[in-house]
Ligand binder design. Sequence first.
Ligand SMILES: *Cc1c(COP(=O)(O)O)cnc(C)c1O
Length: 343
Amino acid sequence: MKTIYLDNSATTKTDEEVVKAMLPYLSQSYGNPSSIYKLGRENRKAIEETRNQVAKALNCETNEIYFTAGGSESDNTAIRGIAHSYQSKGNHIITSKIEHPAVLETCKQLEKEGFEVTYLGVDKNGIVDLAELKKVIKPTTTLITIMFANNEIGTIEPIKEIGEIAKKNNIFFHTDAVQAVGSVKIDVKALNIDALSLSAHKFYGPKGIGALYVRKGVRFDKFIQGGHQERNKRAGTENVPGIVGLGKAIEMAYESLENHNQKIAKLRDYYVEQVEKKIPYIRINGDRENRLPGNSNISFRFIEGEGLLLNLDLKGICASSGSACTSGSLDPSHVLLAIRSTT
Ligand SMILES: *Cc1c(COP(=O)(O)O)cnc(C)c1O
């Protein structure tokens, strides 16, 4: 039976070119990047080349990029790191109700530690309420963390406007751009983004490797204690094969961005059109304009998500009913609950 993979928000297949770029660093070039001999130095060089590729993709400086073990670690590092670093200035954080668990759970943990967190509502398409954002800002607000694009319903948030509001109020702005990087052109300077999380396995790169951009001058506490790697911000011998794969994947994604997006959006639109034509009692979720090209989220009445997915699996079709990080629970998606509560 043929496998039809429709779950690219959960993860993507590692591109063969990416695998090819990684292979030498899994075999003959095995040196520790911190070592001074040639085997080490060539690994150091490979890391710095990827840092260049990532910085170029985001329009930032190379020394504003830190490698991590993925999107979750980048989110944790940015939010905890900035919140703690500026705790003497204030303890209020603003986020949204539809963030990924890596952001929501980090915020909940910070609440236990005495921080105050405001969870902004969204409209029926999943767009955060900018008027509400302006209203909830306090003198103690140090950080706004709002995702670039939602991983369940594909809605792209008004990042430019949020960046402007943050800047005007002297508040740091972090965005979880794990779904957007590789699908959307991002210029962190033009968008006034102070910190951004990305993860290679969402754009045809390997799993377990990500990056965090933090604007120069923004302080953040280190998340992993140990050696001096990543300019003393992220201890541990670097995942060189992963980093090389991340570099190749981000370069390829932005080389073919328009073509790829057009192709994917066309397929997505065809799929939605067919579902609309053939299946009654459905509801298309997310914003029709401001959305990721490869995302479709549809509610089907009279059937449970879990049952639907099991039946699709029997036909070789891979899909999901919510974030991979919450699967296994029968609770309705927190994202769908947030958009429902407005209608
Ligand atoms: C996948 C995802 C993450 C988590 O990234 P990992 O690399 O799997 O840790 C975080 N945020 C969003 C929006 C995601 O889609």
